[in-house]
Design a protein around this ligand. Structure first.
Ligand SMILES: Cc1cc2nc3c(=O)[nH]c(=O)nc-3n(C[C@H](O)[C@H](O)[C@H](O)COP(=O)(O)OP(=O)(O)OC[C@H]3O[C@@H](n4cnc5c(N)ncnc54)[C@H](O)[C@@H]3O)c2cc1C
Length: 429
């Protein structure tokens, strides 16, 4: 690192040592070596505000790190990213540094990985810290300078170079990469600093919203429901005529709901809540059946089982946990001891309606800080998807969760961070 009297100069300076910043550094070094630069003649530096880079890698996947997802790149794009503009934007990055490239990189450091039945990839040791250690080794082998405890406050473009100010020092660089992540889990260091830096270079920022987050309800679930899981139901949230839904598993928590279907839907709910206000949560226990098909199923069942209690039938359904049965009966206005033979058409219709639209109350809030990621961020149109270079400022690169994309649960967010980071580092000219 050259010292310009009062300023420390790097060829490439990366703000943020998360997965995207780490990969940007490794790729920048690889490219520099290819271009014939000796490591000592081409300085790549990461400024990280924490005492160790990659904090989120260390806590990811409940400490097990769901590092990526198995499959071809196109499959990852449609499975992992719901919206077309995100898929289009990430396409180049995922092809430039795919899940296979990522696994090769960490396996080179001696870490074996395993693919689960659902396509999620984890380290064989089941330990997220091992993934982080593999990247730390790679950083060391790549002669990357990692300066920890350095929180960047500001960055400016000054006639052909960047000046970057931390709390106590001033750095300069020919190329600047901003890789400071989103705004969820602020205790891990992600407090939106990079968004302000990007704004100072003229970038527009979509308001950060929660994603992959639990949903808190205005009336907390009763104690007997807390901890109950629902298998393969459809979670529906309606708001002023809008309805968003997701099918999958759900978990009732002491504040509301969580589980894959809720985490996946939380981003959409946060979006409609932002615009319209009051959102109602409903559960569809029979989403594979139309209203007519479910009524017919119940009619046939009543015909053959007139003496059976209705609650017995409900308890026998895979998608309905027993704890929900008395609540479904009450919402349908049907006595708990009612038998099929005594159920009239109006009551049967009411039961069908409740099974398709079980009212679970109103959304109170979706905590931004508790989401695995945050939606929103730097507007994608202002970043070149083929290089991750800013369209507002030459030699400024932006990557990772800081950008306005959001992946689903399943290793897609880490993969996107690694891939966009790699593409940024590789594209430095
Ligand atoms: C609890 C949890 C579990 C998760 N599990 C998974 C999972 O299993 N699989 C998956 O795919 N995704 C998972 N994610 C999401 C994934 O971790 C993130 O999407 C990913 O880490 C984003 O990478 P990034 O490099 O863009 O940002 P981050 O990982 O957020 O890294 C940004 C870095 O920048 C640093 N920084 C911020 N501001 C400054 C500043 N001003 N100066 C210097 N440094 C700064 C931060 O300290 C941080 O180290 C999980 C997230 C959480 C919170």
């Amino acid at each position: 690192m050259r010292n310009f009297s009062d300023r420390i100069h790097s060829d490439v300076l990366i703000i943020g040592g998360g997965p995207s910043g780490i990969c940007a550094a490794i790729a920048a070094r690889k490219k520099a070596r290819l271009r014939g630069f000796a490591d000592r003649d081409f300085q790549v530096t990461i400024l990280e505000r924490n005492q160790r880079p990659g904090v989120k890698i260390g806590i990811s996947g409940g400490g097990k790190c769901n590092i990526t997802h198995d499959g071809a790149v196109d499959e990852l794009l449609w499975k992992g990213f719901i919206y077309k503009p995100e898929q289009r934007f990430l396409r180049h990055a995922l092809y430039a540094f795919s899940n296979k490239d990522l696994l090769e990189l960490i396996e080179r450091q001696g870490l074996r990985t395993v693919v689960r039945y659902d396509g999620r990839v984890f380290p064989g040791s089941g330990c997220a810290d091992d993934v982080l250690k593999a990247f730390e080794k790679e950083l060391l082998n790549s002669s990357i300078q990692v300066l920890t405890g350095e929180r960047v406050k500001r960055a400016e473009n000054r006639d052909g170079f960047f000046a970057v100010m931390t709390e106590t020092k001033e750095f300069s660089a020919d190329v600047l990469v901003v890789a400071t992540g989103g705004v969820s889990y602020p205790q891990t260091g992600t407090r939106g600093d990079g968004l302000n830096i990007a704004r100072s270079f003229g970038h527009r920022v979509e308001k950060p919203l929660p994603a992959l987050a639990p949903i808190y309800l205005d009336r907390v679930p009763s104690q007997m429901l807390v901890g109950v899981s629902l298998r393969n139901v459809t979670l529906k949230v309606t708001c002023d005529g809008n309805c968003v839904s997701r099918t999958g598993d759900l978990l009732v928590t002491h504040k509301g709901i969580s589980g894959p279907a809720c985490l996946s839907l939380s981003r959409d709910v946060a979006g409609i809540q932002e615009k319209d206000g009051e959102c109602r949560v409903m559960i569809d226990f029979f989403s594979n059946y139309s209203a007519e098909a479910l009524e017919k199923k119940m009619q046939d069942h009543a015909f053959a089982n007139g003496r059976q209690l209705i609650r017995r039938f409900l308890q026998q359904q895979d998608s309905i946990p027993s704890a929900f049965v008395p609540l479904i009966m009450r919402q349908s206005g049907i006595d708990q001891e009612k038998k099929w033979g005594n159920l009239n058409k109006k009551a049967r219709r009411s039961l069908e309606h409740t099974l398709h639209n079980f009212d679970f109350g109103l959304v109170k809030t979706i905590p931004l800080e508790a989401g695995e990621v945050s939606a929103g961020g730097i507007v994608l149109k202002e970043v070149n998807p083929k290089t991750m270079e800013s369209k507002k400022c030459r030699n400024l690169f932006l990557c990772g969760e800081l950008l306005d994309y959001t992946g689903e649960i399943g290793g897609f967010n880490l993969q996107a961070a690694f891939s966009t980071g790699w593409l940024a580092g590789w594209s430095i000219h």
